[in-house]
Design a protein around this ligand. Structure first.
Ligand SMILES: [Cu+2]
Length: 370
C-alpha cells in the first residue's frame, strides 16, 4: 500500500515538474528580443527611480543553461536623473555560476537581464555614455544594448526593437566614450527606453561564482545651452547572420563550420540582409565600432562602402585571459552619399572538429545626415 502511495506521489511530482519546465522553457525561449510591447509600455512617468520595478524585467536563460542563476528584480531602476546624466540599471542576477565553455555551444550559459522600461523624463541629447558592471569583470558583460521598444528595427522589417547604443565584451576595454563635439543622439521626452545586458561567466583558471551582478549605462547629456548648435546622430547597428530577421537569438549569430582555416561570411548578400545598409541621405559616419568573438576564433571584421574596405577591425587578445579581447571603437569621419551601400564581412578560424554555432560579426555606427 505504501509503495503505491509513493508511486502516486512520485508520478504527481513528475507531472508538476514537467509542466513547470515546459512553461519556463516557453517563456524564456526567445533570447535577444524583449517581451515588451506597446501594451506594457508605461503611462506618463515621473523620473523617480523605483516607480516601475519588476513587471517588465526578464531574465532569459539561453540554450542549455538552466543552472542555478537567480534574479532579483527589485534592483532595476532609473537610478539617477539630472540635467547632466541619466543612469539606467538592470535587474540583478543574484547568483551567476561559473559555467563550462566549449566552442561549439554558442551562447550556452549566457544570461540576459533587462531593466524596466522607462520613459525619457525630458528631451535627451546624449553626447556620451558609460557602460558599467557591478560585482563582475568587464569581460563578464557579453554585450549590452540600450534600445527603444516602440520603434521598428532598422535592419529587420516588422520587428520592434531599435538599438540606440550598444557595446560588446570586446569593446568594453574602453567602456566610456563620447561622440565627437557637436553631435548627440536625440531621444524625445516620453520615449520608452530599456537596457538589455547579456552576462556570461565562463570557466577559466580563476573564475568564481558571481553574486548580485548588474549592468548599467550612464547617458551623458548635453547642457541646455549647447543644444541649439547640436547635430543629431543616429545609431545604426548591422549584424552578420545565417538566419536574418527571425526575431530570436538565431538572428544575431552564424555558424562557423568545423575544420575551417579561414571562414568568411558576408561575401554573398542582398540589400535586405541585416549586414547591409543603403544610406538614404548623404552625411557622415562620426563614430563606429565592431564586435567579433575572438575567444571563438573571430579574427576580424571588414567594413565595405560600395565594395571598398573603409574599416578593418582586427580583434586582439588583451591579456593571457582566454576571454579578454579588444575590438576597436573610435571616432571616424567618413562621408557618404545617398545610395551608398555599406556592408560587413567577418573572418573566423575554427580548427576544431565541432562547428561554432554562436559566432557574431556586428558593426555599430553613429551617422549624422547633412
Ligand atoms: Cu557577441
Amino acid at each position: 500500500m505504501k509503495i503505491t502511495l509513493d508511486r502516486l506521489t512520485l508520478s504527481f511530482m513528475i507531472v508538476i515538474v514537467v509542466i513547470i519546465t515546459t512553461i519556463t522553457l516557453t517563456l524564456t525561449h526567445y533570447g535577444h528580443i524583449p517581451k515588451t510591447t506597446h501594451q506594457n509600455l508605461l503611462p506618463h512617468h515621473s523620473s523617480t527611480p523605483s516607480d516601475h520595478a519588476s513587471h517588465t524585467n526578464t531574465v532569459e536563460y539561453t540554450h542549455s543553461n538552466h543552472a542555478a542563476a537567480t534574479l532579483d528584480t527589485t534592483a532595476a531602476g532609473m537610478t539617477h536623473v539630472s540635467d547632466e546624466k541619466i543612469t539606467l540599471t538592470t535587474a540583478a542576477i543574484s547568483h551567476l555560476p561559473v559555467h563550462g565553455f566549449t566552442p561549439g555551444l554558442g551562447h550556452a550559459g549566457h544570461i540576459t537581464v533587462n531593466s524596466s522600461v522607462y520613459e525619457a523624463p525630458f528631451d535627451l541629447w546624449v553626447t556620451g555614455k558609460t557602460f558599467n558592471v557591478t560585482n563582475a569583470d568587464f569581460y563578464n558583460l557579453h554585450h549590452a544594448n540600450l534600445f527603444r521598444p516602440d520603434l521598428r528595427s532598422r535592419t529587420c522589417e516588422g520587428i520592434y526593437w531599435r538599438d540606440m547604443l550598444s557595446i560588446g565584451s570586446d569593446t568594453m576595454y574602453q567602456n566610456a566614450f563620447n561622440l565627437p563635439d557637436g553631435y548627440a543622439v536625440f531621444v524625445p521626452a516620453g520615449s520608452p527606453l530599456q537596457l538589455d545586458v547579456m552576462f556570461h561567466n565562463p570557466e577559466t583558471e580563476n573564475a568564481q561564482d558571481l553574486y548580485n551582478v548588474q549592468g548599467s549605462i550612464d547617458l551623458k547629456l548635453a547642457a541646455p545651452d549647447q543644444i541649439s548648435d547640436i547635430k543629431i546622430a543616429e545609431y545604426i547597428r548591422l549584424e552578420l547572420t545565417d538566419s536574418p530577421c527571425l526575431g530570436d537569438n538565431k538572428s544575431f549569430v552564424f555558424t562557423v563550420p568545423a575544420n575551417t582555416e579561414e571562414y568568411i561570411i558576408g561575401q554573398e548578400y542582398s540589400a535586405k540582409d541585416p549586414f547591409v545598409h543603403t544610406f538614404t541621405q548623404s552625411g557622415k559616419i562620426i563614430y563606429a565600432g565592431g564586435h567579433v568573438h575572438g575567444w571563438e576564433g573571430g579574427q576580424k571584421l571588414d567594413i565595405f562602402l560600395n565594395d571598398r574596405i573603409i574599416i578593418d577591425y582586427q580583434t586582439k587578445k588583451v591579456s593571457d585571459h582566454p576571454f579578454k579581447y579588444k575590438t576597436a571603437h573610435r571616432p571616424e569621419s567618413i562621408n557618404v552619399k545617398a545610395g551608398d551601400v555599406l556592408r560587413l564581412e567577418a573572418t573566423y578560424t575554427n580548427p576544431s572538429n565541432n562547428p561554432i554555432p554562436g559566432a557574431m560579426g556586428m558593426f555599430g555606427m553613429f551617422f549624422a545626415a547633412d
